[in-house]
Design a protein around this ligand. Structure first.
Ligand code: B1M
Length: 210
């Protein structure tokens, strides 16, 4: 592995937000392919961040800072990845459900999915089932529904019901998450999967895309 890829890995892992774009730009200027920068630098570092989080060595703040740091590098790579014809792993429509304004966790999930190679369209917060359905009509492989309040959890069920009623259920995988959500709840309302955190959301999406 080249020194500059090692540097990208290190600055993402350490959450050095201002250093990541500099390192990525240097790698681009050195002629390293966008794919290699993405896979061996940014994504590899975020995988390690996810592992450290799962083992309890990293906490949410570290994960958020690394995710933001990675995003800075990703922004520089995006046009190159499009140019070099790298196909995204799949398209994800993401949003926090109706009535809920919490977006930190959802943003983290979006960033981790983007970092893992998915095209993510983030609809923001307080997203109604009608808006999810309208977006899904344009085509997507996965829809991600986030809820942080016990009072907005039912909006996930309402959204799944609307997806069913629109006849779109067979064409999209539904993943859900947020602090009050459990696997039991996901099974109950007919989601395809639940992830407790952003790194597991990537593992889940990968398994559903197989
Ligand atoms: Co609010 N809030 N909040 N809040 N807030 C909670 C959720 C609460 C638990 C705090 C508490 O009372 N202890 C409580 C809910 C209680 C309940 O429902 N039982 C609560 C409340 C009550 C409220 C208000 C009602 C307060 C009020 O106004 N009286 C109000 C509601 C507003 C609304 O949404 N309509 C409210 C408002 C707010 C702020 C605006 C101030 C702010 C949100 C800012 C923002 O998001 N931009 C806020 C915050 C910050 C929190 C806490 C403190 C932190 C949430 C957070 O960002 N965590 C929260 C307490 C807590 O959770 N301990 C709380 C960090 C984030 C990285 O984790 O979001 O869990 P999290 O995401 C994780 C996983 O859950 C998972 O991966 C993420 C990354 O690992 N995940 C997914 C999330 N979405 C996923 C989707 C997936 C897969 C995984 O697939 C699609």
């Amino acid at each position: 592995m080249t020194e500059i890829i090692k540097e990208i890995y290190k600055v993402v892992l350490n959450g050095e937000i201002s250093e990541v774009p500099k390192a990525v730009q240097k790698a681009i200027d050195d002629g390293i392919s966008a794919n290699l920068i993405l896979d061996s630098g940014l994504i590899a570092a975020m995988k390690e961040v996810g592992r450290l989080f799962e083992e309890g060595e990293f906490f949410v703040p570290e994960m958020l800072i690394s995710a933001h740091a990675m995003q800075g590098g990703l922004n520089l790579l995006k046009p190159l990845l499009v140019d070099s014809g790298v196909q995204p792993k799949g398209k994800v429509i993401m949003g926090t459900v109706k009535g809920d304004l919490h977006d930190i966790g959802k943003n983290l999930v979006s960033m981790m999915l983007e970092g893992a190679g998915y095209e993510v369209e983030d609809l923001g917060t307080d997203v109604s089932s009608e808006i999810f359905v309208d977006k899904l009509k344009e085509g997507a492989d996965i829809v991600g529904l986030s809820a942080l309040l016990t009072t907005t959890m039912p909006s996930i069920g309402t959204t799944i019901q609307a997806i069913n009623e629109a006849g779109l259920r067979d064409s999209v995988k539904i993943i859900i998450g947020g602090a009050p959500i459990t696997q039991e709840y996901a099974d109950e309302i007919g989601a395809d999967g639940f992830a407790v955190d952003a790194s597991r959301a990537v593992t889940l999406a990968d398994s559903l895309m197989k």
